[in-house]
Write a protein of this length. Structure first.
Length: 172
């Protein structure tokens, strides 16, 4: 939320023998809140998933979308909501294809690093697989310079589906 300034002025004019006297009273109320506009950020997923020994497991493509409320500078996010990620996962040898969705993001914490221009969100989300879903997957999102999205998922719940490395996306 942003704080605005509300000014209230009263101007009284008295007439007496062609003499005008003006009185003004100003009140500043710094508790009046204004809402930042919500921005929809989106782009493609472009990522490779690797095993613990460094060999490629999956080629990951897809689309992502989030709604972000920024501060007045348009740089620091105040809230991130409505994450929606559609993934197409293809094995490194091309023999297997899967489709997954990430959604229902619940934000636990959100911070911003001015030095690296990186937003860090921690929370949970739902991973929808073919025929089942995994709820409350611990998640870390990094949004770098409003251009790069890095999604890190709890590998204890997702390793067999997505490998052990983060998923990368770019904003366009």
């Amino acid at each position: 939320m942003l704080y605005g300034v509300f000014t209230f002025a009263i101007l009284l004019v008295f007439t007496s023998d062609q003499l005008f006297t003006e009185y003004a009273y100003s009140v500043t109320n710094s508790t009046v809140k204004t809402v930042t506009p919500q921005v929809r950020e989106s782009g493609p997923i472009v990522s490779l998933q690797f095993s613990s020994d460094g060999s490629p497991l999956w080629i990951v493509s897809g689309r992502w979308r989030i709604d972000v409320n920024y501060d007045t500078t348009g740089v620091i996010p105040l809230s991130i909501r409505n994450l929606n990620v559609s993934l197409v996962i293809v094995s490194a040898d091309g023999s297997t294809t899967h489709r997954y969705k990430l959604s229902e993001l619940k934000q636990n914490s959100l911070s911003y690093d001015n030095v690296t221009n990186t937003s860090n969100l921690n929370g949970t989300l739902k991973l929808a697989l073919e025929g089942k879903s995994i709820d409350n997957v611990d998640t870390s999102l990094k949004f770098i310079n409003r251009k790069i999205l890095i999604i890190s998922l709890d590998i204890s719940k997702t390793k067999s589906y997505l490998g052990e490395t983060p998923i990368y996306g770019v904003e366009r």
